[in-house]
Design a protein around this ligand. Structure first.
Ligand code: HEM
Length: 372
């Protein structure tokens, strides 16, 4: 569909959603590079976060957390990420099967971010429960089921907020070396963040980092089951795991599109767009643009260069990219070192997450053998 849209309507207006859709790499790249013309400030956002501010405010907020997510800081988390992966896999490996989403891809990123923030390990399963609720969709497609799920989600958000408020209060008394303390002590022009801003940061990190990384892990496993030759190849050449993860990000991007609002009349690919209009940049389409990538529909495990836009580009480039990459690499390496013949359990249909912007599946049951 994206291939066809790039050809037929590289820039189009969608009346039903009142927004412009942009499909070519060149245009998506230009939009993400120019926050002065394509703003991230949303009228309807509930609170001010990194994702919904422009420079200079965005630059100040981002500087506060950048140091907690540098590749060096993140790389030091590797042994910890591995031990959580081992713990999760140990719980299922004897059974010879697992739901990769529920047993591995959901809990791992939640636990990692929660602990980075400063949540003690004993509370990790609280976070798994909350995150399960936050990513849950209705079981059946009725209004009542939808409302029930919404009520559950609101309750989970409330509990999460209370939890972080309690931790923040503890850290004010006794600071520790964690992200919550860093946020509580951070200052912009001599002014500390207020309680709401600190909690907002915590929730943003959980919201931006969890489902996305879950889908990266599941999409990577899905690729390994679609082309089982990849499993042996990566076992023999583990140095390819990082480029494999990059190619999964390009090929099956967890986030398909990124929204912006136009601040001044502008032309994109010869089409006039007026100030105040919304633009949706389809990174999933840009990632398959033949003008940028050779053989874009082929999965090339060692593709170089691979300038995919799955983490965005420019000012808002994903803060958690080094962390998500590391988690993806560790999980895939670990699974391939311990499991053989990982296969999607046949007879089942892929159950996609019902969202145009999020790409992943709700369940991914696999069978496997243990490697001796
Ligand atoms: C921003 C994707 C993992 C935190 C972004 C953006 C994308 C993205 C596309 C840019 C949004 C925009 O331009 O408006 C992903 C994907 C991930 C992932 C595909 C996993 C594979 C994470 C993780 C964290 C995180 C693990 C946190 C620990 C953030 C934050 C921003 C962001 C805070 C906002 C940055 C800013 O506005 O300056 N992410 N993300 N993400 N991501 Fe990620």
């Amino acid at each position: 569909i994206y291939n066809w849209l790039r050809q037929a309507t590289p820039v189009r207006y969608d009346e039903s959603r009142n927004c412009w859709d942009v499909f070519l790499y060149e245009d998506v790249h230009r939009i993400l590079k120019d926050p002065a013309t394509f703003s991230s400030v949303r009228m309807l956002s509930v609170m001010e976060t990194l994702l919904t501010t422009d420079p200079p405010r965005h630059t100040q907020l981002r500087a506060l957390v950048n140091k907690a997510f540098t590749p060096k800081v993140v790389n030091d988390l590797a042994p910890h990420i591995l031990s959580i992966t081992e713990e999760l896999l140990d719980a299922v490996r004897k059974s010879g099967r697992m739901d990769a989403v529920h047993d591995l891809a959901v809990p791992l990123p939640v636990i990692v971010i929660a602990e980075l923030l400063g949540v003690p390990p004993k509370d990790r399963y609280l976070f798994k429960e909350w995150s399960d609720i936050l990513v849950k969709g209705p079981d059946v497609n009725t209004d009542e089921a939808f409302l029930n799920v919404m009520a559950e989600k609101t309750q989970a958000m409330k509990e999460l907020n209370q939890y972080f408020a309690a931790i923040a209060a503890e850290r004010r008394q006794a600071p520790k070396e964690d992200l919550i303390t860093l946020l509580l002590e951070a200052e912009i022009d001599g002014v500390k963040l207020n309680e709401e801003e600190v909690l907002g940061f915590c929730i943003l990190l959980l919201a931006a980092g969890n489902e996305t990384t879950t889908n990266l892990i599941t999409n990577a496993l899905r690729r390994l089951t679609e082309d089982t030759g990849l499993q042996q190849q990566l076992r023999e050449q583990p140095e390819l795991v990082s480029s494999f993860i990059e190619e999964v990000l390009r090929y099956y991007p967890p986030i398909q599109a990124i929204g912006r609002v136009v601040t001044q009349d502008v032309e994109v690919h010869g089409t006039a767009i007026k100030a105040g209009e919304q633009v949706v940049s389809w990174v999933a389409s840009a990632n398959r643009d033949e003008a940028k990538f050779q053989e874009p529909d082929q999965f090339i495990i060692d593709r170089k260069p691979n300038a995919h836009l799955s983490f965005g580009f420019g000012t808002h480039f994903c803060l958690g990219a080094p962390l998500a990459r590391l988690e993806g690499q560790i999980v895939i390496k670990h699974l391939l070192e311990h499991l053989d013949s990982i296969e999607f359990i046949s007879g089942l249909e892929l159950d996609y997450i019902q969202s145009p912007f999020v790409y992943g599946v709700k369940q991914f049951p696999v069978s496997f053998k243990e490697l001796k």
